[in-house]
Design a protein around this ligand. Structure first.
Ligand SMILES: [Zn+2]
Length: 101
């Protein structure tokens, strides 16, 4: 399982999210490994600003929680990378065979 905070992908809110992968090597999910905000005083470690609290609605009357449902673009990119790693990384054994042939 990997835990990421959306604020590490430049959103004003933290929105901690857990991903449980199946049939993925743990090593291949490392790209999501250091996306954790360990703020203790409410100040984001990425932006150095207070996290925005997802309560109430915006000026158009739309509640903030659905606004924050979309994954940030950077997270989508990292997820795509994790899910496709085994298709574009040459396994170590195969690398060794190529070097010796
Ligand atoms: Zn943060």
């Amino acid at each position: 399982m990997r835990v990421v905070d959306f604020c590490q992908y430049k959103t004003p809110w933290r929105k901690r999210t857990r991903f449980l992968f199946g049939n993925i090597e743990e090593f291949d999910s490392l790209r999501l490994g250091n996306r954790f905000c360990d703020s203790t005083n409410g100040i984001c470690t990425k932006s150095q600003r207070p996290h925005f609290h997802l309560t109430g609605s915006n000026r158009a009357g739309i509640p903030y929680t659905p606004v924050a449902q979309s994954y940030p673009a950077g997270l989508n990119h990292d997820l795509a990378y994790v899910l496709t790693t085994k298709f574009f990384v040459i396994p170590y054994q195969q690398q060794q065979q190529q070097q010796h042939s």
